[in-house]
Design a binder for this molecule. Structure first.
Ligand SMILES: [Zn+2]
Length: 415
């Protein structure tokens, strides 16, 4: 059995269609394909959130400085409401969202609670709301912060759970969870991190309020704290409050990542940064810039980092990467003229090395040389051989696609 977490089973319907006959099976990457139905339109419905919060089937993913509470490094601990009650008040969603914004008081703090969605595969004793039923999932930021009382409550919740032998997984990048739990954690982590970074309005600088159950932040027009100082509760005008939007939305930063084929299709371009272990190479990657298409960003990054000039770029698949808010957009691209394959590391000296590898060498590395960063490759690996990222990284999927020529989907109706 593999020691790596599984690649997710696609959450979508897989059936033959005109598109599947033309483009083949969809690639699903680690951190994607969540088992939860996000039901995003229910995030403002406080009567639903209130019922979901207190429902016996509800489960809570706990984050302490973004580290998830786990039973083991491969399994989240999903707490019932009773175990977070001390920190998360029962009446959290009793007021409507409008009232919550109207009654805003920047002196009061409350823990961040994010509604993640419902697991509709678990119907037994689950919550039914209108036509939806399943187990409600929430994330709670238990990092001790806010008022003294909130901090004490957070510490009490943490110590009670740690006393049960549970622990917050302290690692820079969590890649050890099962595929389903990794997708749930990715959503929780990305939103908790975004909320923490946006506690003040980016336009007027005043404190913001979490709304839409953790997926938006508002800059309320009044603050009861001002009234308490004998001032008018009305805050100065803020552009985020005009007409259509009084809200700030979570970010997703698009990044490209690409497996590059030589003109003859027999070699793959890979690069390495200084922080990689010896012999470890990966695909090239970089941020998409404002006013740039995905394809243009791929061509620019590959030229800047390796001097190679690409022609056609094909988008392959994508991977959410919650460190902190990236969406990796994976592509396969090719050089059309051997003269454009010449490597130059001088433009942007980001890479320590970039090299063309024969497809056979890459195939061998995919068999024996993959491992997470910081782990050892498998038993078949021979010292000095090429090493590559594990299947949980989109880089691995792209390299596989490039060397196996999966982009050339034969018209054989595979779905
Ligand atoms: Zn503002």
């Amino acid at each position: 059995m593999s020691t790596y977490p599984q690649i997710p089973a696609p959450a979508h319907t897989q059936a033959e269609s005109m598109l599947s006959r033309c483009f083949g099976r969809e690639t699903v990457n680690y951190f994607s394909s969540s088992p939860l139905n996000r039901l995003s339109f229910l995030r403002t419905e406080h009567s639903f959130l209130s019922a979901a919060l207190k429902h016996p089937s509800a489960r809570f993913v706990l984050l302490n400085s973004l580290a998830p509470l786990t039973k083991t490094p491969s399994e989240l601990y999903l707490a019932p409401y009773t175990e977070v009650r001390k920190l998360v008040p029962e009446d959290l969603f009793d007021q409507s969202e409008e009232e919550t914004i109207k009654n805003f008081d920047s002196r009061q703090t409350s823990p961040l609670v994010i509604f993640l969605g419902m697991d509709e595969s678990r119907k037994a004793d689950s919550l039914t709301w209108k036509t939806y039923s399943g187990t409600p999932y929430f994330a709670v930021d238990v990092t001790p912060k806010g008022s003294e009382e909130q901090q004490t409550n957070a510490k009490d919740v943490i110590s009670a759970l740690e006393a049960k032998g549970l622990s917050f997984l302290q690692t820079r990048v969590v890649m050890s969870l099962s595929a389903n739990e990794a997708a749930i954690y990715a959503q929780a982590r990305a939103l908790a991190d975004w909320n923490t970074r946006n506690s003040f309005c980016g336009t007027c600088g005043s404190p913001t309020l979490s709304v839409n159950s953790g997926t938006k932040r508002a800059c309320p027009s009044t603050d009861a704290a001002l009234a308490a100082q004998g001032k008018s509760p009305e805050k100065p005008a803020c552009n985020t409050r005009t007409t259509i939007s009084n809200l700030s939305f979570p970010r997703t930063d698009p990044t490209i990542i690409v497996a590059v084929l030589s003109a003859d299709g027999k070699r793959v371009l890979l690069g390495r940064s200084k922080r990689f272990p010896p012999n470890w190479y990966s695909t090239l990657a970089g941020f998409i810039e404002p006013a740039e298409s995905i394809e243009d960003a791929v061509r620019r990054e590959v030229w800047e980092e390796a001097g190679v000039q690409l022609s056609r770029v094909v988008i392959h698949s994508s991977q959410p990467w919650p460190y902190p808010a990236n969406l990796m957009i994976g592509a396969v691209a090719q050089v059309s003229d051997p003269a454009h394959e010449k490597i130059c590391l001088e433009h942007d000296p980001e890479l320590e090395d970039a090299r063309w590898f024969d497809v056979e060498e890459v195939e061998e590395a995919l068999r024996v040389g993959t491992s997470p960063l910081g782990a050892e490759p498998g038993p078949g690996y021979k010292e000095g051989g090429l090493r590559l990222p594990p299947p949980t990284a989109i880089a691995n999927q792209l390299i596989k696609t490039a060397v196996r020529a999966d982009y050339l989907v034969p018209n054989n109706a595979r779905i």
